[in-house]
Design a protein around this ligand. Structure first.
Ligand code: GBH
Length: 445
């Protein structure tokens, strides 16, 4: 079949605890730094607050059944640390039981659970003790991962350590509007990224110890640079740009060191670190998960010191429904290619998708042709990677449901399934039908 995918390709869908669960004040859940942040007026668009959200906390059975109907083979979800440990060192049995029931429901439906240990929602009591400004938090996340892996036992065979390090570190501390909403000097910002890198390492070590049967890897968002057009020189430049531009985070995790060029460039603002910490950061993992929504372009430029010239995109470049969602479908192919070529890793696409200005038709349908075109183009580029025998293990659509899009609140709709927040009704969009058909055919339609 044209655009066929490999046998046993993992077709998944992804969400995150804070974005879909709701039930944030139920059954003894503790407060997270994100909930604390949402309670401050003016931080979130329209002051939206996901106390109920998609209410997956109460409706997970329905959502699992929905995934089953769509033919989805794997569900990536994350853990609310504050739900499980509402106070430091105190387990909330009901919170823990929720995740165990979710895992059981998935397994019963023949859907493989892929657990993200940390997707941004930090217990507020840890935020108050310094959050990502201290490496104590990194170590504590490792302990939490170990506790959870033991609780899940053999039922969970796939773990993602942390999601998008620079988003809960830099973007929460440089005035970009993510929790905790601080604006710190540059050195301290790099230091939070270092602590995020270290958290990944501690979690990887903990999972190795507590779940030796499981495969593990990060779900990060390395910025992918693609060649503006494919010549050997431009491809080579894009590979080097991808390595260099991620030097503070992703490259450091893969290589166990901060590149000299990076340390020189940032000078006195560089993170403080020890050799021992760099070893922990580089704990070997089984794969690299990357979230990919967009990309940057480059061309080779022998005149410039780095040998390449970057462009983000022209003013009239096609965008999806958010200002940063530039349509760059080759980024998924080059992500899989460069991660493999630079660091020898197999990959999962841990997130890909787009928001759209979805409207319900008179017949209660959502003809999201823009999202279908977006997915088709990215997926065909992913198929190109697998056809070239790049080791791509799976793909997680972001997102199963419309959900709470962080500082943008409920306004952007990223789901392939529409959520009516007033009634909690779920309506699969046409993109869900498209995705289900791709899964069924194991090829990109
Ligand atoms: C991922 O983050 C997250 O993992 C997921 O939770 C989220 O819902 C999903 O993607 C969709 O956004 O406005 O130009 O200053 C993506 C991280 C953070 C990338 C905000 C774009 C905006 C940059 N995004 N960022 S800009």
């Amino acid at each position: 079949m044209t655009y066929a995918m490999p046998e046993n390709f993992v077709w998944g869908a992804a969400t995150a605890s804070f974005q879909v669960e709701g039930g944030l004040e139920c059954d003894g859940a503790g407060e997270s730094n994100w909930l604390h942040f949402c309670r401050k007026p003016g931080r979130i668009k329209r002051d939206d607050i996901p106390l109920v959200g998609c209410d997956q906390y109460h409706r997970y059975r329905e959502d699992v059944a929905l995934m089953k109907r769509l033919g989805i083979k794997a569900y990536r979800f994350s853990l609310s640390w504050a739900r499980i440990f509402p106070r430091e060192g105190v387990v909330n049995e009901k919170g823990l039981a929720y995740y165990q029931s979710l895992v059981d429901a998935l397994l019963e439906a023949g859907i493989e659970p892929y657990v993200t240990i940390f997707h941004w929602d930090l217990p507020q009591y840890l935020e108050e003790k310094g959050g990502w400004r201290t490496k104590e938090t990194s170590k504590k996340l490792g302990d939490f991962a170990s506790f959870m892996a033991k609780a899940f036992g053999n039922k969970v065979k796939h773990y993602f350590t942390v999601n998008e390090i620079t988003m809960f570190t830099a973007a929460g501390h440089n005035g970009s509007g993510m929790a905790p909403g601080l604006k710190l000097p540059l050195q301290e910002i790099y230091q939070t990224i270092h602590h995020g890198n270290l958290a990944h390492g501690y979690v990887a070590q903990a999972l190795r110890g507590a779940a030796p049967h499981a495969e593990i890897g990060i779900a990060n968002n390395p910025g992918i640079t693609v060649p503006l057009y494919e010549t050997e020189e431009n491809i080579d430049a894009a590979r080097r740009a991808t390595r260099f531009n991620n030097a503070s985070c992703h490259t450091a995790i893969e290589e166990g060191r901060y590149l000299d060029e990076f340390l020189e460039k940032v000078g006195k603002d560089a993170p403080h670190f020890t050799d021992e910490e760099m070893k922990i950061i580089a704990t070997p993992t089984d794969f690299t998960g990357f979230n990919v929504y967009t990309g940057n372009y480059c061309t080779a430029d022998p005149e410039s010191p780095q040998g390449f010239k970057m462009f983000s995109g022209a003013a009239d470049h096609p965008y999806m429904d958010l200002t940063w969602l530039r349509f760059v479908p080759t980024a998924i192919y080059y992500g899989a290619k460069f991660i493999h070529e630079l660091w020898g890793k197999s990959t999962y696409v841990t997130e890909n998708g787009c928001s759209a200005a979805d409207v319900l038709s008179q017949t209660n349908e959502i003809y999201d042709s823009g999202r279908i075109e977006y997915l088709r183009n990215y997926l065909r580029n992913l198929q190109r990677a697998t056809a070239e025998k790049l080791p791509v293990k799976g793909y997680f659509q972001w997102s199963l449901l419309d959900n709470f899009e962080w500082a943008q609140g409920f306004t952007p709709r990223f789901g392939i399934v529409y959520v009516n927040y007033a009634t909690q009704q779920r309506i699969p969009k046409w993109s869900a039908k498209y995705y289900a058909q791709c899964i069924k055919n194991n090829s990109i339609l």
